[in-house]
Design a protein around this ligand. Structure first.
Ligand code: NAP
Length: 283
């Protein structure tokens, strides 16, 4: 027997991670994945616990969700039967090592007087980048699902040239789309030009009526009513960024635009690959 792990909450990535760790001979205690297909009898070394404290107490390494929370109060646990309060989770972590993703500052304050070693997986650049492969593939799948035209020759605007912007622009161009990317830094605008995409400043987005697809990757409102009025009803607005996202949703609703939020894509479309990256890093 190697290490013992407590896998708490999260999405299908955490189910796959629990299975992989168990299959490699580690003892795994699970809580908050009751609605998943994870069954104790199917995998050796897995114990599905009835109580949060039991699951955490038994393992020495705790793996939480990515992202850690969606509302700041509850652990992100869409597959759990019961809600898991962040405060409750924090109270059992003394002397543990915790791995989770996008952990809010509030959690560090709550655990200040607890002996817990916290690793935010989404602050590990290699993992954040690998996570984007699935995000970009998922975004393309969402686009195809939600449009009635070809991606090839379509005019696509990607707002933000961070990890998602960089990887998604490349994949969309390979599919034959005309790609425009926005950024606020001159160096990013220069890189966009050098890659052969059309560069535009994030704070000066014009000709919005010309795009068939607008993808946002910035977690701050960028497109307000004044600009959204120019977007055509056929244009797909794809939201990839975390809340509040980049589109003014009140305006989107008033204008009756075609808005599709697509969050948590790695867990939805490539749980196994994502879990493998996480497992390799954690071990
Ligand atoms: P990133 O590498 O940090 O890129 C963020 C981009 O947003 C950068 O271009 C950054 O520009 C820009 N930006 C940030 N704040 C801005 C502001 N106030 N005004 C203008 N531009 C601003 O992040 P990422 O990894 O691409 O992820 C982007 C978002 O997607 C995050 O919210 C992340 O949580 C989310 N995400 C979603 C999924 C999914 O499944 N949908 C998966 C992974 C991540 P600068 O470089 O100039 O700051």
């Amino acid at each position: 027997m190697e290490n013992s792990f407590s896998v708490i909450g999260g999405d299908t990535r955490n189910c796959e991670l629990a299975k992989m760790l168990a299959n490699e001979g580690n003892q795994v205690y699970v809580y908050g994945l009751e609605k998943s297909n994870l069954k104790e009898q199917d995998v050796e070394n897995i114990e599905i616990c009835d109580h949060l404290e039991d699951a955490i107490y038994k393992g020495n390494i705790v793996i939480g969700p990515i992202p850690f929370t969606r509302d700041g109060e509850l652990l992100n646990s869409p597959l759990a039967n019961n809600k898991i309060e962040i405060d409750d989770f924090a109270s059992w972590l003394n002397n543990k090592a915790l791995f989770a993703g996008s952990i809010p500052d509030k959690f560090y304050n709550i655990t200040e007087n607890t002996k817990v070693i916290i690793t935010d997986l989404m602050k590990i650049e290699e993992l954040a980048v690998l996570n984007i492969i699935a995000t970009a593939e998922g975004a393309i799948s969402k686009i195809i699902e939600n449009t009635d035209f070809n991606l090839q020759s379509s005019n696509v605007l990607i707002i933000g040239f961070g990890r998602i912007g960089k990887i998604l622009s490349n994949k969309l161009r390979l599919l034959g789309a005309n790609v425009t990317c926005s950024a606020r830094k001159q160096t990013d605008l220069a890189w966009i030009e050098a890659y052969g995409y059309k560069p535009v400043n994030t704070y000066n987005l014009e000709n919005l009526e010309n795009y068939n697809i607008i993808i946002n990757t910035i977690p701050y409102i960028i497109l307000k009513k004044e600009q959204l009025q120019k977007v055509t009803k056929d244009c797909l607005l794809l939201e990839l960024a975390s809340k509040p996202g980049g589109f003014d949703l009140q305006a989107v609703e008033q204008l009756g635009l075609n808005y599709v939020p697509a969050l948590g894509l790695p867990g939805k479309i490539a749980a196994k690959t994502s879990a493998k990256f996480l497992k390799n890093f954690i071990l």
